[in-house]
Structure formats: C-alpha cells, structure tokens
Write a protein that binds this ligand. Sequence first.
Ligand code: GRF
Length: 201
Amino acid sequence: MADSLARIAVFISGGGSNLQSLIDASNGRRLCAKIALVVSSNESAYGLERAAQAGITTFVYLPKQYSSKDEAAADLLAHLRREEIDYIALAGYLKMLPGAVVRAYPKRIVNIHPALLPKYGGKGMYGHFVHEAVLASGDKESGVTIHLVDEIYDHGVILEQARVPVLENDTPDSLAARVLVEEHKLYPRVMDKLIKGEYRL
Ligand code: GRF
C-alpha cells in the first residue's frame, strides 16, 4: 500500500548522488519509504535534475529571499507539512537547518558525513576539506557517519558508521570516491531501519 509509506524529504546542495541512492532504494523496495520532496539550497544543483527525472516535487529554499529568518523557516515548514513529510534526510546539504524545523522533527532528521565523527566534523568541515584533513592527519582509516541532527553541526546521536582504508597514494578525490561508495550503501539501509524503529533512541 503505497499510501502508508513514510514520506522523506531529502535536502541537497549539489550533485545529489546520495539522493539518487535513496531514490533507487525506494524504487527497489530496499527502503520502505517514498522520497516525496527534494529541498535544495542551490537552484543549479544537479540533484534537482535527478529529482525532476524521478518525478519528485522540488523546492529551492533560499532564506535570504525572505524578510526574516522566522518567515523563511515558517515557509520551509509549510512546504514540509504540505507534502506530509515524516522524515528528513540531509544529503550534502551545506546549510544549517532552522531550529524550528529541527524541533518539529525530533529524532526524524538524519545527516550523512564523509568521515568518522566525532573526528573531522563541525562548521567548515565538508566536501574536500574533510578528506584533506584526514589525509593531513596521517589516519589509516576514514569512513562515513550517519547521525541524527540536532541544533549543533555534526553533533547528534550516531546511528551507524562504515570504515574504509586510507591508502598511501590517496588524494582527497580518491578518498572521497572510496567513502562515497559506502555512503550509497549505508544511507538507504539506515533510513529503512530508522523508519522501521530498529534503533533504540
Ligand atoms: C557526501 O560526501 C556527503 O557525505 C556529504 O556531502 C557529499 C554529498 O554528495 N555530506 P552528493 O551530493 O550526495 O553526491
């Protein structure tokens, strides 16, 4: 019964390869949810094309276009409610969610981070900056972390991690690519488990 499926909003800022993995998992019934909305902080994000190709409603959310932060947050919440969103998956979303949204979805907002938190997290730690920091540290492994979102960057309860080796000749790009393979496997699995109530939270 498609109507009883949980409804996920995926938030993106860029390429949206994790969005694609969630769409594919939903279509393949590996994720018991419908991707019902894609919110982008960037009107030229390639992920918006992926959403359009999958027939998913999109919303480009640009807080600066509103007269106040409260008004922006209220409009975002209105979009989420209109689409009857149950869960939010941040997938390469580079902005902070408004507190009002975080508070409206307790334990229902998840983020994916391309390193083993609590290392290499926090403001400014995204994309190639993360992988550069890992390589500079000399760490022998990196990975992916999927965690609940609270009002502090990269801070909420960790749901799952997957590890990958750091190889001697790695560049930020080669390490990112190895981590991304694990991201695409792990994110749909974690969303499915969360929705099925398989985490003790
Ligand atoms: C991923 O590495 C994710 O962990 C990070 O941003 C990247 C997004 O990639 N938060 P994509 O847009 O899903 O391809």
